[in-house]
Design a protein around this ligand. Structure first.
Ligand code: C2E
Ligand code: CA
Ligand code: CA
Length: 717
């Protein structure tokens, strides 16, 4: 039907000739919709005489649902006369009122005036398709389709069984950005994919090949339904449904519906992301709840659960708890800083895990305390030994080489009905015993450790009584000047005689420090010592009295004041006092501590750094400390055996101290060789059993004469 009249102005005669010869029903419709002319086949088809057809509104020849379609087509053709729309499936109305299916093809007949404004006419060719199918269901299907096209929010495309486009809606055009009118004219959307429309479609897709493949599948299988998702290059996601267009058993073609699910997909993606975030956070929180964040080990809660579980389990032959605590960790933290402390803990955790790969739990309980749970482990003792040994391997932290050590208590399940707290308490007691026995070791819990614990508690109350009743006494040990060859100082040392025996200061002083009794003891010792040696001090202003002072005492804001008051009361000049402190007091030196020491120094007292060399501090650090004297610890002195060995550490300590303007006292001198060696290094003073053991106050003269005797002997060599 396309072609012969295209673009040309038909004369009235030519038109009449066309009407006469055409076997198809032809209607010429004017711009106002009235039928201008019709031919004989048209008259037959509609059951209306030719003459009666002219002047009728063409819509009266169409079934109600389809009237608007033709009008739309007309309008489109008026706007673009060059279009050749695809045949329209429609229903026409016979004079008798029966509807019949027909295929309508429209062509534009331009007006004679050749003006754009000069309205032309529409040539409608109507071909009944009633013979193809039983009319009623097909009509229904077509009507339904037309209604659907109008009402749906989806983009709809309908093709007939030959894949010619027979319908679509505005939404479809908008969705694919297809210009109005481009779909007019018969187009087979599969056979000719290069057509403008297909190209337009394919250009927008991420995966045009898949799109084409799906079309191919459906073409070969007209009854198939399909559902897929199209990803557009502009980020949109469009869902595509396709199902056969049926009328009863007959397949009329295919309906495609397109739904823009971009917002839905974006919402889904946001929801998925939120869910993933939430899951990650939950995982992290769970991790935090069960793991020690610093070392990655389990935490106390995990250990407690695992231990309780292990003790409940009747099958287990053995349950061992290894409780361990780093030795002197506080010093690492205080001197080298918290970062170094953290690094050390991380490394310790690594080593512990390495020693106990089969452990049920290796946990950090907090601070420098760790615990290991072993179940059904045949060699708990070996693992404990391994831990103690492995920890001793030096490690470098912040440029400083450290040799960590730990005290470990091991307790094992002894009866079926043992409770977790009891087992832990035993491990704790064993660990405490390991510390008391000199650290850097492991001890297995023994029942008599309980007794020791009880004794320790008893000792605490005993010490309290002793302090209250003035039962703490003082011994004095002389310190000699190498240069002057005489006793220049007495060091006051606290003594506690209990139940006829003597409790060593190394036991009761730490106890006193822990319980706070040390202040009372310190005042007692200082006061008594001053009274005892005041006379001796008065004999020579260069003589002095040394007293040991704990860090705990220096925390007191009136400590210096108290000491000076005691000195005044006993008639001792402040410049004749030496305050002995260990370097640990400077670890977390607060203002008060520095103030106490400087008040005393301003009054003339000197400060001696006791046990020098045993801590973590370096020689270099000496410079910063407010001290006048260093006391080299006896462990260094004991390295001198023959007196002929080379001990550079001793000479450098002495030289260093001297270069900083400090005097040096060596402690623990027990042999002539040691005394000679140190004298040769120009050590200023010496103290030790060689000269005299600490003696009670009433035997000061004994201590003095002994020391003098040794000094004379040394001189005479
Ligand atoms: P320290 O201040 O280093 O005291 C020296 C310790 O070495 C004393 O032990 C002394 O008896 C011992 N000693 C002296 N010469 C030798 C020797 O040639 N060889 C050996 N092996 N040891 C020797 P002591 O009296 O048992 O005191 C132990 C620690 O107790 C003292 O060490 C001191 O730190 C502390 N201490 C003693 N009395 C007091 C006190 O009144 N207050 C405070 N805060 N601490 C005190
Ligand atoms: Ca001392
Ligand atoms: Ca000492």
């Amino acid at each position: 039907m396309n072609g012969p009249i295209e673009g040309k102005v038909l004369t009235a005669q030519a038109l009449e000739a066309v009407l006469d010869i055409s076997p198809d029903a032809l209607l010429v419709v004017a711009a106002d919709g009235t039928v201008a002319a019709a031919n004989a086949p048209a008259s037959r088809l509609f059951g209306i005489p030719e003459d009666n057809l002219a002047g009728l509104d063409h819509r009266s020849l169409l079934a109600g649902d389809f009237r608007e379609d033709i009008r739309k087509l007309f309008r489109r053709l008026l706007a673009r006369p060059d279009l050749h729309p695809a045949p329209v499936q429609t229903y026409c109305l016979h004079r008798t009122g029966t509807e019949f299916p027909a295929e309508l093809t429209a062509s534009f007949l331009p007006g004679a005036g050749r003006q754009r404004s000069d309205t032309g006419q529409l040539l409608l060719s109507v071909r009944s398709t009633a013979h193809h199918s039983s009319a009623a269901p097909r009509r229904e299907a077509m009507a339904l389709l037309a209604a659907t096209l109008e009402s749906t929010a989806d983009g709809i495309l309908v093709v007939d069984s030959d894949w010619n486009i027979t319908g679509y809606n505005e939404k479809f055009l908008a969705m694919w950005g297809i210009p109005e009118g481009l779909l007019e004219g018969p187009r087979d959307i599969t056979e000719n994919p290069q057509t403008e429309v297909m190209q337009l479609v394919l250009d927008q897709l991420h995966d045009p090949l898949q799109f084409m493949a799906r079309l191919g599948d459906l073409e070969s299988n007209p009854a198939a339904e399909s559902h897929d998702v199209l990803e557009f290059k502009d980020g949109r996601t469009i869902e595509r449904y396709s199902r056969p267009h049926r009328s009863g058993d007959e397949i009329l073609g295919r309906v495609w519906s397109f739904q823009d699910i971009t917002p839905r997909r974006q919402a889904q993606e946001r929801a998925n992301r939120a869910m993933a975030d939430l899951a990650a956070q939950t995982e992290k929180l769970r991790g935090m709840a069960f793991r020690d964040p610093l070392t990655g080990l389990a935490n106390r809660a995990v250990f407690n659960d695992a231990l309780a579980e292990a003790l409940r389990s009747p099958r287990l032959k053995s349950v061992d708890v290894l409780l361990l605590d780093l030795d002197d960790f506080k010093e690492v933290n205080d001197i080298l800083g918290h970062q170094a402390g953290d690094d050390m803990l991380i490394e310790v955790a690594r080593r512990l895990r390495g020693c106990a790969p089969t452990a049920d739990v290796v946990a950090r309980l907090g601070g420098d305390e760790f615990v290991v749970l072993l179940t059904a482990c045949p060699n708990a003792d070996e693992i404990a030994t391994c831990m103690v040994r492995c920890l001793r391997v030096p490690l470098t932290v912040g440029g400083t080489v450290l040799r960590p050590s730990l005290s470990l208590g091991l307790a094992s399940m002894t009866s079926e009905d043992q409770q977790a707290p009891e087992l832990l308490r035993r491990a704790d007691i064993a660990m405490y015993a390991a510390k008391a026995a000199g650290k850097n070791r492991f001890l297995r819990f023994q029942p008599d450790m309980m007794t020791e614990l009880v004794q320790r508690t008893a000792m605490e109350s005993g010490l309290l009584r002793a302090t209250e009743h003035g039962e703490i006494s003082v011994d004095f040990q002389p310190i000699v000047s190498c240069q002057r060859g005489q006793v220049v100082t007495f060091e006051a040392l606290a003594r506690w005689d209990r139940d006829g025996g003597r409790v060593p200061p190394s036991v009761f002083i730490p106890l006193a420090e822990r319980t706070g009794l040390i202040s009372g003891i310190g005042t007692e010792v200082t006061g008594r010592a001053m009274l005892r040696v005041a006379g001796w001090l008065a004999g020579d202003p260069s003589r002095s009295l040394a007293v040991n002072v704990s860090g705990v005492q220096l925390q007191e804001h009136d400590f210096a004041e108290q000491v000076l008051r005691l000195a005044e009361a006993s008639g001792v000049a402040p410049y004749q006092l030496v305050i002995e402190v260990t370097e640990s007091v400077f670890f977390d030196a607060d203002c008060s501590l520095v103030k106490q020491l400087s008040t005393l120094r301003e009054a003339g007292a000197r400060v001696a750094l006791d046990d020098f060399g045993t801590g973590y501090s370096s020689l270099g650090r000496l410079q910063e400390l407010p001290v006048d004297t260093v006391k080299i610890d006896k462990s260094f002195v004991s390295m001198i055996r023959t007196g002929r060995e080379r001990l550079p550490i001793l000479s450098s300590m002495i030289n260093m101290a001297h270069s900083l303007g400090l005097t040096v006292t060596a402690e623990g001198i027990e042999t002539i060789e040691q005394a000679n060696y140190l004298a040769a290094l120009e050590c200023d003073s010496m103290q030790g059993y060689l000269f005299s053991r600490p003696e009670p106050g009433h035997r000061l003269h004994v201590a003095l004469s002994q020391a003098d005797e040794v000094l004379r002997a040394l001189k005479e060599q």
